[in-house]
Structures are given as structure tokens and as C-alpha cells.
Design a protein around this ligand. Sequence first.
Ligand SMILES: Cc1ncc(COP(=O)(O)O)c(C=O)c1O
Length: 387
Amino acid sequence: MSFAPVYLDWNATTPLAPEVRDAMLPWLGAAQPARFGNASSRHEYGRQARAAIDEARARVAAAVGAHATEVVFTSGGSEANNLFLKGAAACLKPGTLAISAIEHPCVREPARQLRRAGWALHEIAVDADGRIDVADWQRVLEARPTLVSVMLANNETGVLQDVATLAREARKAGAWLHTDAVQALGKIEVDFRALGVQAMTLSAHKLGGPLGAGALVLDKRVELSPLIAGGGQERGLRSGTENVAAIVGFGLACQRAVAHRAAEASRLSVMRDGIEAALSALGAVVFSRAAIRLPNTVFFAFDAIDGETLVGKLDRAGFACASGSACSSAQPEPSHTLLAMGVDPTVARGAVRVSLGRDTTAEEVERFVATLSHVVRDLRNLASVAL
Ligand SMILES: Cc1ncc(COP(=O)(O)O)c(C=O)c1O
């Protein structure tokens, strides 16, 4: 029998929830009655596909307190972020775009592309705990931005931003505010209306849904130019024959995640606090500890222990965690989120992220903490022998 490591990387992706998989199977032809159809076809097959998409759209909308007509299905969070930024910019004269300094690369990179196309780009500073810096935010508002994008929850630190206040102030200054809520949905309450944002990004695979499905929730007053033009699906904002199986899975995943959210949040935060207490006892620094954060995320570093090395050792000991480095280059770069928080690059190179989820048990967390203390002790011993 093969040995399955303990999965502690739920912010990277989540396993497909069994009910979600079951709902998708007929649309993959893998369960009876098998279903298929192009939702644009006018016959019964098409109508069934359309009805399945409509139901999923209503579920996604209900999960975030939006209207079904405000949900635009995409291939995931990256596409939704690109669609908002580039799509809105294409309908406006180049002006000022402000994004927080800790956004996911799928916000930062399109923002940089827009800068090359003539937009002024302001990266809003964060404080030492990873919260938007109030003074820099005021400076941004004075620069009269047209577009602002600030994530609701950070994927590395788990820090939550007060997006409702930012959206209100941005609106008064004449800007549209978009929020990337990919890491927030299913972990904290997410309400499109209460947040008062004009656009919000969601992704299915972070909440027990399939990879390759997501949505941009969009206020109808915001004009966007599509990234993909063609048959005019999704209100003309995202052409292409809909991926019915993935959309069905996404809809159900949203419904489930919201139904279990409150209970899961208290269960996970108890385990998270236990890990943090153990980390402190071992002398680790826990990033953003003073900020309001997601209940499932711990981001930490040990002095003089490289994050990649620690993650490698934990992997061999049967625990799957993430290092805080961007591995897109041969030489891993320290996390831009930590650097924006003013963390010393040598400390940032030690960063490791543990993120918990639906299947995480207290027993796994206990074993993790015990293994971590052994691994850290061994690495410290090795370092002292080398001196
Ligand atoms: C905050 C955040 N935004 C966007 C994305 C991208 O979503 P997707 O993987 O669906 O493209 C991720 C995924 O890592 C994320 O953590």
C-alpha cells in the first residue's frame, strides 16, 4: 500500500470534495445517466447543460450574496483577475491603477502590463503585519486612481484586509475596487454587497471544487472588454463553450463550503493556535500574528534554517507544506509579501507555510508538531557541528 503524506497545503489547492466529484461525474460521462451538451444548443441536450450552468451560477451567487446575473464564469482565479484589470482598463483612458504590494502574481503581472501600456501603477504599502498602510492608502486616494485591487485574504500570511472600508473610500474618490477573494471564500464570510466592491474574484479549487474553474463577480455598471472574444457566452465577457462539469462542481463546492464554514473555522483555528504555540516554544517567528487572519493559515520561519530545506525534510518525513519562496526561477526568491512587510530577506528565506483544511485532523497536527521539533533540532545540531 502506498503511503500518503499528510496534506498541509490547502491554500495551494484542495482535494475534490466527494459530493462535488459525484455531481460532476455524469457530465464527464462517467456516471449514469451520462450527460453532455453545448449550453448554447436549442435542443434538449443543450437545455440540460444550460439548466445545470444556471443552477451552478445561482449557487455561486448565493455563496457570496450576489445576484446570479453578476457571476461570470472563467477558467479560474488568474483569468478572473486578468479579466477585471485588463478588461476594465481597455474601456478607460490610462489613469492610475493601485494594487496592494502583496497581491498574487496574477494581479501584479497584469498590473505591470498595464503600466507598460501607459497606466501609472501605485503599489500600496503594507505595515509590518501585512495590513494596508493607512498613510499610503491616503496618498493613493489623493492620486485619484480609477482602478484599485486589494485582496481580501492573503494566500501566504492569511491576513485579511478591511476591504469594505477601502471600497467605500475608493468609491468616494471615484475608483472601482476589485477584490481577489480566492483565499477567503469558504474560510470567512464573504458578501459582495456588504463589501461594496465592484468586482470580486473566486476560484473553485481552493474550496473543494475542481481545478480550472472560477468566476468574476461583477457589478453590472462596470464596463469590461472581454479577454476572449467569440460566441458571446457569459454576457459576452468570456466566450467559449462552457465547461459544464467544472462549473457544476464549482457551484456545489461553493454551496458546501459556505454551509460548513462556521464550524470549520472554529475547528481549524484551534489547531492553528496549537501549531503557533508550539512554533513559539521552538523559537520560530510567526508572521502577521497580530493581524486578523484566516483560521487555517500559519506562516513562520526559524532563524538560520532555510525554508526550502525545512520543507524538504518535512516532505521526507511525510508532511506536505509550502515554502514561502517563489519557485518560478532557478534561484527561489523570498516571498514578495514578506519583503513588502519589511521582513529581512534572510529571515524571509526561512519562510514555511502550513495551511489546514477539511480533512486535517487533530492527530495529524500533533504528529506534525512532534516531527517539526525533531527536524528543527536536527537542523540546528547540523548547523552547530558545521560551525
Ligand atoms: C490569492 C490568489 N489569487 C488568485 C489565485 C489564482 O487562482 P487560480 O489558481 O484559480 O488561477 C490564487 C491561487 O494560488 C490565489 O491564492
